[in-house]
Design a protein around this ligand. Structure first.
Ligand SMILES: NC(=O)c1ccc[n+]([C@@H]2O[C@H](COP(=O)([O-])OP(=O)(O)OC[C@H]3O[C@@H](n4cnc5c(N)ncnc54)[C@H](O)[C@@H]3O)[C@@H](O)[C@H]2O)c1
Length: 346
């Protein structure tokens, strides 16, 4: 399997290492030579112990344009969809677009969707938590109805972005990257949209119909040259009148990444990285003892799971439409953000 990754930043390193762990050939492309150097001499060896000499590095424009089975786009959100459109023309078997799919302005989305109709490429959006072992366990419990009918779903991804900046020591703060600008796909609403995606994934597994009403509030901040929402809260309602809630922020410390599903016969709770060793799923069926399962993992394992999922998508073991990472699912999150950010006032 030959993989091309656009963007040698934080996610580019994770994706490259996970693809190498699969034994796949990897080429990484960046338009910033310093980012390529940083990947080789700093980020990759610091995270994974040693630079992997088999990874090919290319300055953008000098990279091969054919022969890749998988293309992954790990550039900032406002530099995604034009590259996605160009990559689709290369006809890879699978095209992975990082989350959030684009910015709330949905640039190039119509053009991309139009081209996708005539394409055989499987397109995914990188909401990696959607294929975590712990999340798959919750999905299975929901499909088996272990806590009865689901009455409400809450998901929170509340994480002070000091953690993100710790992974980007070359940035001085939010204004140095897309992260500090909601119009570029940064801020809490876009950056932590994993929570909206998980809500949608759990709602679907609970048999709920699609979301058709959303109320949102954004705590918008203009400071230090940046312009972003430090907190985004969403109330969601489905076509069959089920109601739930999502909160995302870049101010909570220690981090809380959590979901809770209340059924008429009990509850399920999902906690990401709740113990030093991994994710936790707890559930209690009314009248029975609380059950707690630990799913050991480290951060690189999230991306290895992603690659295992992609292998199954390419082999045909999983149907693209049934994948939580299917393009349409990432697009519907972007539509929520498009319909709720104060776009009309800009
Ligand atoms: N799935 C996850 O859990 C996860 C984790 C981290 C980041 N991300 C997402 O990945 C995206 C990138 O985040 P990051 O933290 O890696 O950013 P980053 O700034 O560390 O890296 C982005 C890289 O893209 C490069 N780039 C810009 N334009 C390019 C072009 N035209 N061609 C090639 N390279 C180009 C930049 O030079 C930079 O090196 C964001 O959308 C972010 O939300 C997802």
């Amino acid at each position: 399997m030959k993989v091309k990754i656009l963007g040698a930043g934080s996610i580019g390193n994770h994706l490259a290492q996970a693809a190498r762990r699969m034994g796949w050939q990897v080429a990484v492309v960046d338009n910033d030579v310093k980012a390529l150097e940083r990947m080789k001499s700093n980020i990759y060896p610091a995270r994974y112990g040693l630079w992997d000499d088999t990874i090919e590095l290319y300055e953008a424009g000098k990279e091969p344009k054919t022969g890749f089975d998988i293309i992954m786009i790990g550039t900032p959100p406002h530099i995604r969809m034009k590259l996605a459109l160009e990559s689709l023309m290369e006809k890879p078997k699978l095209l992975h677009l990082e989350k959030p799919l684009c910015t709330p302005f949905l640039e190039y989305i119509n053009e991309f969707s139009q081209n996708l109709k005539n394409s055989e490429t499987i397109v995914t959006v990188g909401y990696d938590h959607g294929v975590a072992e712990s999340v798959e366990a919750v999905i299975n419990y929901l499909k088996q109805n272990i806590i009865g009918n689901i009455l409400t779903i809450d998901v929170e991804f509340r994480e002070h972005w000091r953690g993100i900046f710790a992974a980007h020591p070359w940035l001085n703060g939010p204004r140095d990257s897309y992260l500090g600008f909601w119009r570029q796909g940064g801020g809490a609403g876009c950056e932590h949209s994993h929570a909206l995606h998980l809500w949608q994934t759990f709602a679907e597994a609970s048999g709920w119909q699609e979301i058709n009403d959303i109320k949102a509030i954004f705590d918008l901040q203009k400071k230090g040259g940046a312009d972003y929402d430090q907190l985004a809260a969403f109330l969601l309602k489905t076509r069959d009148n089920k109601i739930g809630r999502v909160v995302q922020d870049v101010i909570t410390y220690p981090t809380k990444k959590w979901a809770r599903l209340q059924g008429n016969h009990g509850f399920i709770e999902w906690i990401c990285n709740s113990v030093p060793v991994g994710d936790v799923v707890r559930y209690q069926i009314e009248g029975q003892d609380l059950v707690e399962r630990i799913f050991p993992k480290k951060r690189p394992d999230d991306f290895y799971r992603l690659m295992l999922h992609y292998q199954k998508l390419i082999n045909g073991e999983i149907k693209p439409e049934s994948s939580p990472l299917h393009f349409n699912k990432g697009l519907s999150i972007m539509n929520i953000l498009h319909n709720t950010y104060p776009i009309e006032t800009t």
